[in-house]
Design a protein around this ligand. Structure first.
Ligand SMILES: [Zn+2]
Length: 380
């Protein structure tokens, strides 16, 4: 938080790779022994759109370069949006059940990309900052958008000073602090102020002081809990996590951006057709990730949601409709040409996957499940 950040940056220290290697080895042995591992204080929140395929870490790969502290060769400005090697390592540990509590702790102070419906609690992960303008005060969390499912008011997930943290998350965090065999603090200065009573501050202390539990802190600067740590590693989080995963003999999955898109064609009168392109979430509620949609042969470019294009000419069954999709671009994802094979009035769900390392999209046409149709009818 800005008000607790020191005016002069704290001094940074980096241990030798050999020293980090030894510590990663000891930590890996500890993790294999531990039954419950609680990671806390991961500073950036985990991205929900993660899945694994090829390699992000080959020689010259962005992660490798980043772990070595070298400049990236390509896609450099997109990397802010792309989860780090450490994030993906944590995803893997979580998927394997080694890591028990992560996301909620990481997000206790909110996630500027996440907003939720006040009425039905549906959450929306956005490709953009989804935060209130706070022009009606810091406790007015309305983002100005409405829920695509129920029409309710959307609010951001940011916890401002003087506001209570969600009780459920707090309880869960403390519960895990009591159970965890090991708590790993990554890239956090564990700032503890007299006013700070949040788990982000106290969990490392609870675990560090509990008999039998171990506390590991990886950070470049000193932290107030250094005196009670069992492992204190001065290096970049990505360097430690790469070594740790190697010692655990676990892969670090690459980050793949997954998008879902529905193309809906409707005959209006005779040869007139209405084509609608909608970005959707995994539960088929609309999601904003497109900037514009162009249909080959049509003069108009749809630049605002809903992306609707009217086709005046006859379209034969089996004809190819070529769409040029322009994305928000936070991942540096290039435009994509989507070829839709027209098969009468229908809705087709496409799964689009983008690999930031190769810069390529893949498209998979999926069966449109029945529930998709239901949801679309319900949505305004
Ligand atoms: Zn709702």
């Amino acid at each position: 938080m800005a008000e607790t950040a020191p005016k002069v940056a704290a001094e940074e220290r980096r241990e030798s790779l050999a020293a980090v290697d030894r510590e990663a080895d000891a930590l890996a042995k500890q993790i294999k022994k531990a039954s419950t591992l609680s990671f806390s204080l991961v500073q950036a929140s985990l991205h929900p759109l993660c899945t694994g395929i090829p390699d992000f870490r080959g020689p010259g790969g962005n992660w490798t370069l980043r772990a070595q502290g070298k400049p990236r060769t390509k896609h450099a400005n997109a990397l802010q949006a792309i989860p780090t090697l450490s994030h993906m390592a944590l995803v893997e540990l979580q998927n394997r059940g080694i890591l028990k509590l992560l996301e909620r702790i990481a997000e206790l102070h909110g996630n500027s990309n996440r907003e939720a419906c006040k009425d039905c609690n549906k959450e929306y992960m956005r490709d953009f900052r989804a935060v209130s303008t706070y022009k009606n005060g810091i406790h007015d969390h309305r983002t100005g958008r409405k829920c695509a499912r129920c029409g309710g008011t959307l609010v951001d997930s940011i916890i401002n000073f003087g506001e209570n943290l969600p009780k459920r998350d707090l309880d869960l965090a403390y519960q895990h602090a009591e159970l965890a065999d090991l708590c790993l603090v990554l890239g956090s200065s564990v700032t503890i102020t007299p006013a700070c009573i949040t788990p982000a501050c106290t969990i490392p202390t609870i675990v560090g002081e509990r008999k039998g539990a171990k506390l590991a802190v990886c950070n470049l600067q000193k932290t107030p809990v250094d005196g009670i740590t069992d492992y204190r590693i001065f290096t970049e989080t990505d360097i430690l996590m790469a070594k740790l995963m190697e010692k655990l003999d676990l892969p670090i999955p690459p980050f793949i951006l997954r998008r879902r898109l529905i193309v809906k064609v409707e005959t209006q009168e005779e040869d007139r057709r209405k084509v609608e392109v909608t970005g959707v979430d995994s539960d088929v509620t609309p999601v904003t990730f497109l900037q514009s949609v162009r249909l080959e042969g049509s003069r108009r470019i749809a630049r605002a949601e809903p992306y609707i294009i009217h086709v005046r000419d006859a379209v034969k069954t089996g004809a190819e409709m070529k769409f040029d999709l322009e994305f928000m671009g936070h991942y540096n994802e290039p435009n994509l040409e989507l070829v839709h094979s027209y098969n009468g009035n229908e809705e087709v769900l496409y799964l689009l996957e983008y690999n930031p390392e190769t810069g390529e999209w893949t498209i998979e046409r999926q069966e449109t499940p029945e529930r998709v149709v239901e949801c679309i009818v319900l949505d305004p």
